[in-house]
Design a protein around this ligand. Structure first.
Ligand code: FES
Length: 155
């Protein structure tokens, strides 16, 4: 990508330091087409400061388990020929809302029910005979039936 330099552009070292990622991570994100750089006349890689937001979104999304392909789908919806507005970000991320709500609900159950019977079939806790006597939840399917909200009962 070629363009005219602006004072706020960052070297790869500055970009890595500000984003809090190793240089190798920036190379990886760029190879994956998630971020872009350009080359100055000395052939040094430069980043538009706005790429920092993309790196931040990638890092946070990865931390909560969003795959790179899901991240790419969102980033690909953003315009590259002009500054990305708050509205652009909101519209691009809209498809994530239901997926993130689902993950938040699952993480909440994980946090709150680790010490309780989750209907996994182990029958190893004192509460299992109360909530999953003789593994009756296993008849409705595999996995932790009370965690995934598929037990056909209120958790
Ligand atoms: S915790 Fe596994 S069946 Fe109760």
């Amino acid at each position: 990508m070629s363009r005219s330099p602006v004072p706020s552009d960052l070297s790869i070292g500055q970009m890595a330091a500000r984003a809090g990622v190793p240089v190798s991570t920036l190379h990886f994100y760029e190879a994956e087409g998630l971020i872009r750089s350009w080359r100055n006349p000395a052939n040094h890689r430069r980043y538009d400061r706005r790429e920092l937001r993309r790196v931040a979104i990638i890092k946070v999304a990865q931390a909560v388990g969003v795959s790179l392909s899901e991240i790419r789908e969102v980033l690909d919806r953003l315009p590259r020929d002009r500054a990305v507005s708050a509205q652009d970000w909101a519209e691009a991320a809209a498809p994530w809302r239901a997926m993130l709500d689902e993950r938040i609900a699952l993480m909440t159950r994980l946090r709150d029910q680790m010490g309780h019977c989750i209907g996994c079939g182990c029958l190893s806790l004192d509460s299992c005979p109360l909530y999953n006597a003789q593994d009756r939840l296993g008849r409705s399917g595999p996995g932790p039936r009370r965690w995934t909200g598929t037990a056909g009962e209120r958790a």
